[in-house]
Design a protein around this ligand. Sequence first.
Ligand code: MG
Ligand code: ZN
Length: 223
Amino acid sequence: MTSKRIAVVENILSANDQLAEENRRRLDDAGVFALNVMASPGAGKTSLIEQTVQRLAGQLRVGVIEGDLATSIDAERAEAAGAVSVQINTGGNCHLEAPMVRDALAQLPLNDLDLLIVENVGNLVCPAGWKLGTHLNVLVASVPEGADKPYKYPGMYNGVDILVVNKIDLLPYVTFDMDFFKRGVEILNPGVTTFPVSCRTGDGLEAWLAWVQDSVAAYRQPS
Ligand code: MG
Ligand code: ZN
């Protein structure tokens, strides 16, 4: 019985992976570089997206796919910041899957975009296990969550390409042992590119934005 159950899960995952590959092909055909942004609820995914869209206005055309259990609040924020956005309501599902992204891609003017940012459902457990077809995974950590999160959610920290540490303006007011945090990250994901930022004050955003622009440029003209 156990082996049958495992086989079913593997089939679902491989069906997802195939659709993720199709999503990737659509993005590559249109020349759109895509990021999958993951975090716990409240870490500041939408704030980072807002700042990115606003500050790169006139330089990059950005599309946003917002994944949430319910509401279109985040898609409205992304639109207000200047992005073309699509809201996916997962109806209780705690992570995005490739078919949801495929449906959202169909509603976006991909040929008119340079960058696509997918905001995954706020959750540090399973989103990293589901391929969407995006090019890189970005994890947004935040200071008020506490420094122990790499140790408690190794699957998430282990699998990401880029780490953004948001709300650094709160460091003087909360207990957050940055060395302990960094040691945990280093064990799971040695040398991962990290951007300490505050979306509220703007601190550190220049380095993040430069990375985004460089990544889009490198994607366009592979060396
Ligand atoms: Mg959000
Ligand atoms: Zn999930």
